[in-house]
Design a protein around this ligand. Structure first.
Ligand SMILES: O=C(O)c1ccnc(-c2cc[nH]n2)c1
Length: 360
């Protein structure tokens, strides 16, 4: 089924507890209903489920450190921006929470209940006061006893990295916390190795998401590279630098299909392989996130284009996954013969677009 650009509603699911219990099975189930075509899905957990029995007491918040928050300076105009993240000293979460509520950084109070006005305010003001983002903080706010949809312990095939190789990649197969404030931003990107991601909003203000169907990922890359041509010349995957912001108005003007969704407290967002996504936070909040994999990801991982200009790029050797889950392709894979095409190429053809492939 190709994406009907007329129907770009983000799917929202309300699983029963029985459906919810097996994480990988449930994600496969919503994919069988086409959820992955949009690139993002919202899952509202059943009422019997909670992430923390004791809730979020001020003492836990007070004792948490926000390691190296970043000041986000956004430069640009007319819908095209680059965000420069400047590392700050670590601060206590209680101090961060107070900072987020000061007049300088707080959500505009006069429209704080009108999400559409706030969304417009964000796009009209993202180059003004630079917010502080407590992003990529290793840790988890889950009860360790919570075995169901625990971001730190999802039990997907990505765990093979650790069980077979003992490899831990922070934020990829471990949990990251994100402490947001008004206008704190995440730029357009796909996940490392084009993996899945899960994001749980523990508490606080909503988080705004924008997503591009994976079948239009290459078209989006070409569009972004055409505008940021000097960056694209220096790195075939410059979007992985997570600095590029392009407004939804610009996407609409250039007929790039996209969807949007606002995530609220106690809601999960899942992003699917090779789904470009971006967004911002509406105020002080706390989210927990990691990557994961189902077998459908393996072809995306094999065709994933990595950043060539930075030393800290996450690169996962796919041999383990090809040997274990695609044994019939293993010998060719080891000889560098990749007999398959990018999983979205077929859709690219259907989108009547030539496929311009930057060398991997
Ligand atoms: O800041 C956020 O809430 C957010 C949302 C979606 N994705 C990332 C991310 C960071 C690195 N990979 N993905 C971060």
């Amino acid at each position: 089924m190709s994406i009907l650009t007329s129907d770009l509603q983000v799917p929202v699911f309300y699983p029963t507890y029985d459906e919810f219990e097996n994480f990988s099975s449930y994600v496969s189930k919503i994919e069988s209903q086409g959820a992955h075509k949009i690139g993002l899905a919202k899952i509202v957990p059943p009422k019997q489920w909670i992430s923390r029995k004791m809730g979020y007491k001020q003492k836990e918040i007070d004792d948490t450190m926000v390691q190296n928050p970043i000041k986000q300076e956004v430069h640009g105009k007319d819908g095209f921006y680059l965000v420069y993240n400047i590392q700050q000293k670590s601060i206590k979460l209680s101090q961060f929470q107070k900072l987020a509520s000061t007049n300088r950084y707080a959500t505009p109070s006069s429209i704080s209940n009108d999400i559409e006005k706030l969304e417009k305010k964000y796009w009209d003001n993202l180059t003004s006061i630079a917010p502080i983002y407590g992003a990529d903080v290793s840790g988890s706010f889950y009860d360790k006893s919570q075995k169901v949809w625990n971001v730190s312990n999802l039990g997907t095939i990505l765990d093979d990295l650790q069980t077979e190789y003992g490899t831990k990649i922070e934020g990829v197969n471990t949990a990251y916390l994100y402490f947001g404030m008004w206008k704190a931003t995440f730029a357009w990107h796909t996940e490392d190795m084009d993996l899945y991601s899960i994001n749980y909003l523990h508490f606080g203000a909503p988080k705004q998401w924008y997503v591009i169907p994976p079948s239009y990922g290459k078209i989006f890359e070409e569009f972004a590279a055409s505008h940021f041509s000097s960056l694209a010349r220096r790195c075939p995957a410059f979007l992985r630098h997570k600095m590029t912001i392009i407004s939804p108005s610009i996407l609409a003007k250039h007929s790039i299909p996209f969807s949007k969704m606002t995530q609220y407290e106690n809601e999960f967002i899942i992003t699917f392989p090779y789904a470009y996504h971006a967004g911002f936070n509406y105020g002080f909040n706390c989210a927990e996130s990691t990557n994961f994999a189902l077998e459908r990801w393996i072809e995306y991982g094999k065709h994933s284009v990595q950043c060539a200009c930075r030393h800290d790029t996450v690169k996962i050797g796919m041999d383990l996954f090809v040997l274990k889950y695609q044994p019939e392709l293993y010998n060719d894979w080891c000889r560098g013969i990749n007999v398959t095409s990018h999983p979205e190429d077929a859709q690219m053809v259907a989108n009547n677009r030539t496929i311009i492939r930057s060398s991997p």
